[in-house]
Write a protein that binds this ligand. Structure first.
Ligand code: IMP
Ligand code: MG
Length: 172
């Protein structure tokens, strides 16, 4: 396996600051709950939330759709659900990467049935090549065509989440 840097730590920091400012402006004076999709978004979430000037509620959930590999299983379920209610609140889902779109599609449907006022999606990476369902990424960090990425929260077999930049994993 070879790792090739695609997005530097500095580029990430700059983009996260911009996104935090944009989100803060759009949700000023609105009841907002932000949901971190574990595990991949944990580092992005921590940085993004600290770049906001508003004070949203924070919650976490975990879905499983991927095994230890790089292929989507196509099946999505909660392995940890939210603890707070989304009823009558604006919800901002914060994801590491939208790939096939199946996870976000499923999650948006569920939160809609729980009475969210609105649902928006913020993803560090928006990867188009394998998209299977149409989903709107309202706040994309970086748009990519393809490749398997690790670092800044993203894993391959639960490793590399601690890299400060984003790297493409190349099989040798
Ligand atoms: P989707 O349901 O196919 O959109 O899958 C989204 C989830 O798959 C993400 O939250 C990641 O956990 C995982 N995933 C998809 N592509 C990558 C990648 O390039 N690197 C690491 N994880 C990925
Ligand atoms: Mg993952």
């Amino acid at each position: 396996m070879k790792l090739i840097e695609r997005i530097s730590s500095k580029e990430i920091q700059q983009r996260v600051a911009e996104m935090g400012a944009e989100i803060s402006l759009n949700y000023k004076d609105k009841p907002l709950i932000t949901v971190c999709v574990l595990k991949g978004a944990f580092i992005f979430y921590a940085d993004l939330l600290r770049s906001m000037t508003i004070d949203p509620e924070m919650d976490f959930l975990r879905m499983s759709s991927y095994g230890d590999g790089t292929q989507s299983s196509g099946k999505v379920q909660f392995s940890k659900d939210m603890e707070l209610s989304v009823l009558n609140k604006h919800v901002l889902i914060i994801e590491d990467i939208v790939d096939t779109g199946l996870s976000i599609h499923y999650l948006s449907q569920v939160l809609k049935t729980r009475g969210a006022l609105s649902i928006a999606v913020c993803a560090l990476l928006d990867k188009h090549e394998r998209r299977q369902v149409e989903v709107r990424v309202d706040y994309p960090g970086f748009v990519l065509q393809s490749g398997f990425l690790v670092g800044y929260g993203l894993d391959y077999a639960e490793k590399y989440r601690n890299l400060t930049g984003i790297f493409e994993l190349i099989p040798e």
